[in-house]
Design a protein around this ligand. Structure first.
Ligand code: LIP
Length: 293
């Protein structure tokens, strides 16, 4: 109990999260090129999970427990839907062992390990590592967000979101949801149609929620929107985007006071700044109203 309340230097937590990524990387790389990966399905027939997701999760959890045996852990492949609240009294690690599992199955390189850390119910750290692209992002609350890749000579650079304020000057991103009911499809069509009509320069989708968010953080994209996501898809990205100067909010509302409520609400809008967020919220609100009719 005493350990749960003890304050740990953020840099030390980042180092352990990075170590988790390093330990798991070989497992991902070893199986990545296999064209015949075995998988099971989860919420729907297109929501996939492989043995590698499970093994990577084990490696990460083992390392967290070795360092911090009393910290709470929320993780995609082992947490159930009813235990995804951040611990209000101590630390919680929020893990997606492979964000972009469908990409992994198809050998499409946008996959990453995503680790968020919260303290007393508030996110404080995000670490995201893409083993195939060798891109590492991390953010620490109050201390900024950083990125390194072979294109930065493997040196960390501080990142900042774009100044783009209008939809018609922006490159947006989203992913297609696992749910394919008529209701969901209508909403997806209306959203894409509305942003295209507003003149956005394109709508990209990496197939990994947190990679889309990291690319908003480093200015490769201007915004990301998606409904149907889970707490482990967005926790690490939220810190990284906010610390790079961006906004992470509900698609129809700029301020959601309680972090637990927001992270478990299954919807996310992430923008490079508040002006673009306000313009996008207007569009998304309209779509929501049309969908209710
Ligand atoms: C996936 C996301 C993807 C999103 C899916 C899902 P997984 O995570 O990152 O972008 O569209 O809803 O959450 O299943 O690859 O870990």
């Amino acid at each position: 109990m005493a350990e749960m309340m003890e304050l740990i230097p953020e840099e030390q937590l980042v180092a352990v999260a990075r170590e988790c990524c390093e330990l798991a990387t070989e497992e991902i790389k070893f199986h990545y090129a296999n064209t015949n990966k075995q998988f099971e399905t989860k919420s729907t027939a297109i929501d996939l999970v492989t043995q590698t997701d499970k093994r990577v999760e084990e490696i990460i959890i083992e390392n967290i427990k070795k360092n911090y045996p009393n910290h709470f852990i929320i993780s995609e492949e082992s947490s159930t839907q009813d235990n995804t609240n951040l611990n209000e009294n101590g630390y919680t690690w929020i893990i997606d062992p492979i964000d972009g599992t469908t990409n992994f199955v198809h050998k499409f390189p946008y996959i990453c390990i995503s680790i968020g850390i919260s303290y007393k119910g508030k996110l404080i750290i995000g670490v995201v590592y893409s083993p195939i692209l060798d891109e590492l992002f991390y953010g620490i609350k109050g201390k900024g967000s950083y990125f390194k890749s072979p294109f930065t000579n493997n040196e960390f650079i501080k990142i900042k979101t774009n100044p783009t304020k209008e939809i018609n000057k922006s490159l947006l991103s989203s992913n297609y949801p696992y749910g394919r009911t008529e209701e969901i499809l209508k909403e997806v069509e209306l959203k894409y149609g509305s942003f295209l009509r507003k003149g956005c320069r394109g709508i990209r989708g990496t197939g990994s929620a947190v990679m889309n968010m990291c690319y908003v953080a480093n200015g490769s994209l201007d915004a990301y929107f998606e409904n149907g996501i889970q707490i482990w898809d967005i926790s690490a990205g939220k810190v990284i985007v906010e610390e790079a100067g961006g906004i992470v909010c509900d698609p129809c509302e700029l301020n959601v006071e309680n972090e637990n409520t927001f992270l478990n609400n299954h919807r996310c809008l992430c923008c490079c700044n508040v002006e673009l967020a306000n313009e996008m919220i207007q569009v998304l609100k309209k779509v929501e109203e049309e969908c209710k009719q």
